[in-house]
Structure formats: structure tokens, C-alpha cells
Ligand binder design. Structure first.
Ligand code: AHR
Length: 517
């Protein structure tokens, strides 16, 4: 173990011993089962897979001739892991890649497909072996919805129009017949279509006015060939706190869109030059990462307030189609591949964001963490034939009970966790009621030193004896490796009790808990 890691481990263990000796702090919670809120769209638990580094190639696609067990070229281990998450939607092909992707290069016999340079991500040669048919096969194998992003930056209106016809038309028409000639008789269902990506940046460096006009133009030709499944059109939205972008898009184009996107990445040091290491970090980095990720609350509130002025009925969904931690790439890897490890800190970031999204379930229609495999805050890491599940994966799996459930407001009184003058709430909580009437409560303790006893009551429903699971570890930077793939995984949580209608749960430091009441 490197010396720095050893020092960090000792410091954390000392803190842990001190915390065990100390009395737990306390928090109180009322679950308002008598005041149900909005339904938590299951697409809030969505994913994003780009032609970037080893996300698609190796991470998902190994080809039908690979010794790695696969279904028509898609690796079986990754398929099974994603199915277990009940993955609701997958966004593809980018990202920045989407605005240089020409879909006709990705159809027909694979050996005849032209190659291209992936200019954004390492300058590698993309062979187009994973294209429209392979992606739609993947979503059908996963049983999830497709979210395809079209090329506005370097593509034509005609190209986008023809792609939609190729994908969704059942007519005796040129593109539908081309699809049939390539082996797919029936059209596919494409539920979501993005009209460009980051059009303010890698997608064309456009002003909001110029993009709004382009959105109106391109979107006109995203036709609904399949009237039983009208396409949900997503306009490119703001970069983090660019509220001016949202204002212009809502003013100029709200009536023509179903969703407006938002991208926000958590940078541990608060700057693209200070992204920090995924695994070698201090408590200050831990604290700042959690504090910065909670900025999502303000972003949703403020973008949402602008949307409310133009769309008080909340018809247009906020689609946070890129979010998560963005650290420095792992040393020794191609910096253009954005490969990073994933620790307990990432698990807390995922859980905190889900609590924010669920609080705003009336406006947030979908989110897509960046990205599914081997890129940024991934669910899954692969090394040739090996695969591991990250701490972030486990949060998605634990929280899947919230998908499609009705959010229940929570009234929480919590101590703060702070460093210096800055403070964040030590406890974060979110509750929902599923179709069968079960209430699920998820809890996070952000404090790495202090256990917290949460005392909870429920208004409007009687709680049953709780069962649950917990994700925690002895160190902040605990993570799974190919040598120890199961170092961080959920285990049964036995520290929750019900007595006299009152639930008490003692959350160990730096933990994520899911309870069924
Ligand atoms: O997710 C990685 C990149 O981040 C995406 O390609 C782009 O949209 C964003 O800048």
C-alpha cells in the first residue's frame, strides 16, 4: 500500500475509534405519509453510455466472436448487472460524441462500416461496430427505454430526420426499407430523443438564441411516425448555473419541447483544474465534494423557478442527463478515456443527489448519471473479462425501490457536519410509498466521525418492524478492486428498531441506509 494511503487509513481508523467511543448524535424525522407528493419518475434512475474510452467498447460491446460470454456481442456479465438495477433508460451515443456522430456509418455489415476519429475522447479511431442496431438490441435486452441524442453540431436536418424514420417508421419508405434490409423488420420504440448535446460547448459553441432557433428547426423534422409512441423531445439545456440559457430556451421554444436538459458535474476542488484524485483524498476533499454536490438543490430550484414562469403546469420535464463526480483520470490510463475509481464518497454523492431529485420529483423527469461503465462515476468497471460493481452501483441497487413510487415529504431536524466555517446537514433523508403500500426510507450520514441516531415517526400510516440494508466502510476512500471486488457492498442493517410507533436507527459514520417500514 502506498505510504500516503497508509497515513490516510490510520487517520480514518483513529477517527473511527474515537467515534465509536463517543455518544451518537441525534436527529429527528417525521415522514408525512398523510401528505403524499409527486410520483418519482423511475427515469430519475437513468444511465448514460457514450462512445468514450472503454464505456461502449469492452465495457458493453465485445463483439460476437469474443471469448468473453456475450449475447450478439454484448457482454453478459454487464447485462445481468444492469438488469439487476432495473435500469429504466439509457442515453446514447453521447455526450460530445453525439454531435460528430453520423448514424449511417454505424449500420450495415460491420466489416464494411467506415471508421472515424473520436476527436473529443483520446483521438482514437472509432470503427462504428456498435451502431443503431447494436444499441437498440442492448436496450431491448435490458428492457429499458432508449434515449438517443441527435447530431445538431455537425449533422444536417435531413440526417436527423432520416434517422428517426429509420428507427421508428413502419411505412414502405426508403429509410424503413433500409432498416429492413439490415435485418430489422419491425420499427423500434424510441421514447426519448435529444436535439443536440451541450450546444453551448462541444455541440457547436452556440449562443442560447442561436440554439433555440436551431432546436425549433431540427425538432420540426423529428417526426412521430409511430403515433402510439410519440417521441419525448429534449432540448439541450444549461451548463450548471447558466440561468440565462434556460430563460432563452423557455421563452423561445418551451412549447415545442417535452424536456429541457441540465448538466452539472461535481468537481472535488470546485474547478476543472482541481478535480482531485478519486481515491487519494483528505477529509477536506470529502467534505467539499459532498458540499459541492449538494449545489444540485440550488440548481434545480433556480432553473425550476425560471421554468415555472413559462410553464406553471410543469409540463416540461427537467432532464439532468449528465451528473456525477468528475475526478482526475486514474494514473497510467489514457487521460482522454476519463477512467476513474469509485469509492464510498461516490456512493454518498449518488445517494445525496437522489434525495435532491426526489424532493423535486414534480419537475425532474429523468436523470442520467455519467456514465454506465468505465467512465467517470461508473456503476461498473471492467478489466478485459473481469467486472466489478462500484459503491455507486450499490446505491442504485439499494434505491431502486424508490423508482415509480410516490414521494413522501420528510421533516428532518439534523445536526450539521462541518469543516471550518462551512457546514452541511449531517443527515439526509428521503421517503416514498410504492404501489403495494410499502414505505421506504433512505438515509445518509455524511459525517465521517460521528454516528447519528435518527428517531422517526410516520404521520398517516402505521410503520411495521423495519428491515434494511447499509452501505458503509472503515475508510472514506474504500473501494472495490479487481483483486478485492467485494470490499464495499451492502449488508443487512440491524440497528433499526420500532417501539411505541417510534423508529430509531443509528447510522454509523459515512453510511447509506435503505429501510422498508
Ligand atoms: O460525460 C463526459 C462529457 O461531459 C460528455 O461527453 C459531455 O456532454 C460533457 O461535457
Amino acid at each position: 500500500m502506498p505510504r500516503k494511503s497508509l497515513v490516510l487509513l490510520l487517520a480514518f481508523l483513529l477517527g473511527r475509534i474515537a467515534s465509536l467511543a463517543a455518544e451518537p448524535a441525534s436527529a429527528t424525522l417525521v415522514i408525512r405519509a398523510d401528505q403524499p407528493g409527486a410520483v418519482i419518475d423511475r427515469h430519475i434512475y437513468g444511465h448514460f453510455a457514450e462512445h468514450l474510452g472503454r464505456c461502449i467498447y469492452e465495457g458493453i460491446w465485445v463483439g460476437p466472436d469474443s471469448p468473453i460470454p456475450n449475447t450478439r456481442g454484448i457482454r453478459n456479465d454487464v447485462l445481468a448487472a444492469l438488469r439487476a438495477l432495473h435500469i429504466p433508460v439509457l442515453r446514447w451515443p453521447g455526450g460530445c460524441f453525439a454531435d460528430e456522430y453520423h448514424w449511417k456509418d454505424g449500420i450495415g455489415p460491420r466489416e464494411k462500416r467506415p471508421a472515424m476519429i473520436n476527436t473529443h475522447w483520446g483521438g482514437v479511431v472509432e470503427n462504428n461496430h456498435f451502431g443503431t442496431h447494436e444499441f437498440m438490441d442492448l436496450v431491448e435486452l435490458l428492457g429499458c427505454d432508449a434515449y438517443i441524442t441527435g447530431n445538431v453540431g455537425s449533422g444536417s436536418v435531413q440526417e436527423m430526420m432520416e434517422w428517426v424514420e429509420y428507427l421508428t417508421s413502419d411505412a414502405n419508405s426508403p429509410m424503413a426499407n433500409l432498416r429492413r434490409a439490415n435485418g430489422r423488420e419491425r420499427p423500434w420504440v424510441v421514447k426519448y430523443f435529444g436535439v443536440g448535446n451541450e450546444s453551448w460547448g462541444c455541440g457547436g459553441s452556440m449562443t442560447p438564441e442561436f440554439y433555440a432557433a436551431n432546436f425549433r428547426r431540427y425538432n420540426t423534422f423529428v417526426k412521430n411516425y409511430d403515433h402510439a409512441h410519440p417521441i419525448y423531445r429534449i432540448a439541450c439545456g444549461a451548463n450548471a448555473d447558466d440561468y440565462g440559457w434556460t430563460e432563452v430556451l423557455m421563452k423561445d421554444a418551451a412549447k415545442r419541447m417535452n424536456g429541457l436538459s441540465l448538466h452539472y458535474y461535481t468537481l472535488s476542488g470546485g474547478d476543472w483544474d482541481k478535480r482531485g484524485s478519486a481515491t487519494e483524498f483528505t477529509e477536506t476533499d470529502w467534505f467539499n465534494t459532498l458540499r459541492r454536490t449538494l449545489h444540485m438543490e440550488e440548481l434545480i430550484a433556480r432553473h425550476g423557478a425560471i421554468m415555472d414562469r413559462y410553464d406553471p403546469q410543469k409540463r416540461v420535464g427537467l432532464v439532468i442527463d449528465e451528473w456525477g463526480n468528475w475526478y482526475n483520470p486514474e494514473p497510467g490510463t489514457n487521460p482522454g478515456f476519463l477512467y476513474q475509481q469509485n469509492t464510498l464518497r461516490d456512493a454518498l454523492v449518488a445517494a445525496l443527489n437522489f434525495h435532491v431529485f426526489q424532493r423535486h420529483a414534480d419537475r425532474v423527469a429523468m436523470t442520467n448519471i455519467a456514465q454506465t461503465v468505465n467512465v467517470l462515476q461508473a456503476m461498473i468497471l471492467t478489466e478485459h473479462e473481469k467486472m466489478l460493481l462500484t459503491p455507486t452501483y450499490h446505491v442504485f441497487e439499494m434505491f431502486k425501490v424508490h423508482q415509480g413510487a410516490t414521494s413522501l415529504p420528510v421533516e428532518l431536524t439534523t445536526p450539521n457536519y462541518g469543516l471550518g466555517a462551512e457546514q452541511i446537514p449531517a443527515v439526509s433523508a428521503s421517503a416514498s410509498r410504492d404501489a403495494a403500500g410499502h414505505v421506504h426510507l433512505s438515509l445518509v450520514n455524511t459525517d465521517p466521525h460521528t454516528a447519528i441516531t435518527v428517531t422517526a415517526t410516520m404521520a398517516g400510516q402505521t410503520a411495521a418492524a423495519p428491515t434494511g440494508r447499509i452501505l458503509t466502510a472503515a475508510t472514506m476512500n474504500a473501494h472495490n478492486t479487481f483483486a478485492a471486488p467485494d470490499a464495499v457492498h451492502p449488508v443487512p442493517f440491524t440497528d433499526a428498531k420500532l417501539a411505541g410507533g417510534r423508529l430509531t436507527a443509528t447510522l454509523p459514520p459515512m453510511s447509506v441506509v435503505i429501510l422498508e417500514l
